[in-house]
Design a protein around this ligand. Sequence first.
Ligand code: ADP
Ligand code: MG
Ligand code: MG
Length: 875
Amino acid sequence: MTDKYVYEFSEGDASMKNLLGGKGANLAEMTGLGMPVPQGFTITTEACTQYYADGEQINDAIKAEILTYVGKLEEMTGKKFGDLDNPLLVSVRSGARASMPGMMDTILNLGMNDEVAARFAEKTNNPRFAYDSYRRFIQMYSDVVMEVGKSYFEKLIDEMKESRGVKLDTELTADDLKELAEKFKAQYAEKVGSDFPSDPVEQLFGAIKAVFRSWDNPRAVYYRRMNDIPGSWGTAVNVQSMVFGNTGDTSGTGVAFSRNPATGESGLFGEFLMNAQGEDVVAGIRTPETIDQLKDENPAVYAQFADIVSRLENHYADMQDMEFTIEDGKLFMLQTRNGKRTAAAAFKIACDLVDEGKITPEKAVAMIDPKQIDALLHPQFDTAELKAATPIGKGLPASPGAACGKVSFTAEDAAARGRNGEPVILVRLETTPEDIEGMHHSQGILTARGGMTSHAAVVARGMGTCCVSGLGDIAFAADGKSFTLAGQTFSESDWISLDGSTGNVYGQQIATVPAEIGGYFGRIMEWADQYRTMKVRTNADTPADARQAREFGAEGIGLCRTEHMFFEPDRIAAIREMIVSKTVEQREVALAKLLPMQRGDFEGIYEAMEGYPVTVRLLDPPLHEFLPTDSDDIVALAADMNISVDELKNVIASLHEFNPMMGHRGCRLDVTYPEIGAMQTRAIIEAAINVQKAHPEWTIVPEIMIPLVGEVKELAFVKNIVTSTADAIIADSGIALEYKVGTMIEIPRAAITADEIAKEAEFFSFGTNDLTQMTFGFSRDDAGKFLDAYYDKKIYENDPFARLDTEGVGKLVKTAVELGTQTRPDIKLGICGEHGGDPSSIEFCQKVGLNYVSCSPFRVPIARLAAAQSALNNK
Ligand code: ADP
Ligand code: MG
Ligand code: MG
């Protein structure tokens, strides 16, 4: 940490993102490239951290430094804060290291007050522009700094427009806007209890503090949690001299991408509005023009802009997302960053950039966000059903994909219903950053307003959620509980379907089918596989899942849970018979019925995996999970099993546990009932022998995994059951089958005695779900009730079941790896918890030296890419 907290744009560059934030670093970089950037300075992320360390205060030293830079900016621009003849007006813009779209609020036209506005009107000979800028400033400042709430001001604007009989903001006259500014100030005074500040320095510090504060607003905190951004990073603040897109018809403002962010198609893509400022384009209040139309509007500016765009793309070697403003025919660049894009676009752009010689395949692999792959693997509409359906409306294809769900009108409702597993489509006039959680839990988003770069469109693309925007024909009922489209009325119980690739909306349910994985995807994955050093396996319990995972590139099964096979209707009877057995003999009779079924399952799985390794876990859950709880079901089962209801109830009662998660389960079942382990071993080994005989070209090496071990002696006991059974079968089979016996490391005691455990175990598989539960001492199923409070109080930033807790649970993993390798240098190490498909957890696995990760079939491609990135990062 240095004691320099402020940098002029000309002092920084793109490599200083951590300190200057993404926006500030890129403004500095563009300045260095000689591009037209309105000058300004950046207050660093360290100043934000310091602000929190000082109890949410900007300390005197930093204040003084900021004022020094205000002085420098005044000198550079020849303008002065509060000066009537030549006022300095600035924007105050947040900018964190990672872009957080819409999370932080920007204030424009800061430095305005009554006198400045009056003189500004005179000097520019454009009172309309002066008062438009002033009223915008009051509005933004009130909202962002004093949290007065946008709606009060919007209401005043609407009233004004109505009383003047006009529809658009641009139709209001200078006098209207001046009157509006007065009304805004009155509104401010009423809500805040003091007059609107007229001193620009006071305004500036108010704004800077507000940006620092916004780092910790609930929306920002939620976004960070979704995107693995640590709270400790802080945000930078950019203070930049204003340029005006709202001086009249020769001015304007816009946003553009150097390639199409939805499809990846090359060529400029964007929108702009003449006579507009700041967020007008994305707010969707007026419908913007496409960037091509700028060619007609002002060919010179268009040519200059196109040239800058291609320079920026070449410079950053990535697709750019840019903001620009034209002031009286003069172009200014206000922002550039690597553009967010859909998964499909990400793959196409990465491949195209390689083909254009702009990046290496390694960079192509590194630049794709593995989490995005999900969207590609997810369903599309069934083509036949889609053809048969008639759209009831067409909006803009804002974010591709297919979505089908019931209508939801508010973000809160969508979040609540979505969390309960109900498929919902969020239907709104437009979305705002407050809606983010509801958007996250929706299958799709439909808005009546907004263009391709509206908030809804940008956020949906980032999330990989389908979105159709700007469907102006939607008419909402006054109570907000229904809408009408094409003569049909839809309310909460009605289904609609959205096609995010065409913008079509359907008033019905349309079936979806799995996605087809195209050529760009294949190319990137092929490269990824070359760089990857960890294997990727899958967690699969059925041949169908195993085949799906193979298609997605899995190189084996890291976890096959045998209990899932027992829930099939034809098997549950046999397993229940086994559970209520009173003697070993009775139990063996029941197990004998299960044997052929299990053997068949394993044969199917070995076949599907074509010789790739398969780890089978012995029975894990407590036995009572197989018995009914409902009294009707108990009566029926008793009759079925030919025992009295009381007898069955006794069995159930005897199996009751106070804390099943820590109860009679895992290897404890085999310690009490060795015949269960023996039957399962027989099924695993006999199946392997059968498949090996049928396919001499494969080498089948079953890996038998003993769960929930905490003590080496219990592992040795169960292992002995396994080996004595297996060896006898193999001796009789006439072929030489190899097999391995290992354990899951999921109890802290096993992790810290891993040197002992490794004497018996030929492999470790980290069962990080249970290991997390046992380490934190709370269960995954109950944690939901209190984790939110932990996030609110900043105790935890993430759900440790979704993202591996590298400090605690990770330390146990690391310890076990070190101890296990001491005892057995060639021990095979893998992970099979949910974390095996989480990119940041995969990075950790790479660092501690695991041989493979294993995850659910749909996450296999994510894991392949994340593993490649981890290998590249840790080269
Ligand atoms: P966000 O991160 O939400 O995009 P920005 O800080 O980029 O917020 O600003 C919001 C809008 O205001 C953008 O359209 C931007 O181009 C515009 N803007 C920011 N600073 C200036 C400025 N100095 N002059 C003109 N327009 C500006
Ligand atoms: Mg911006
Ligand atoms: Mg477990």
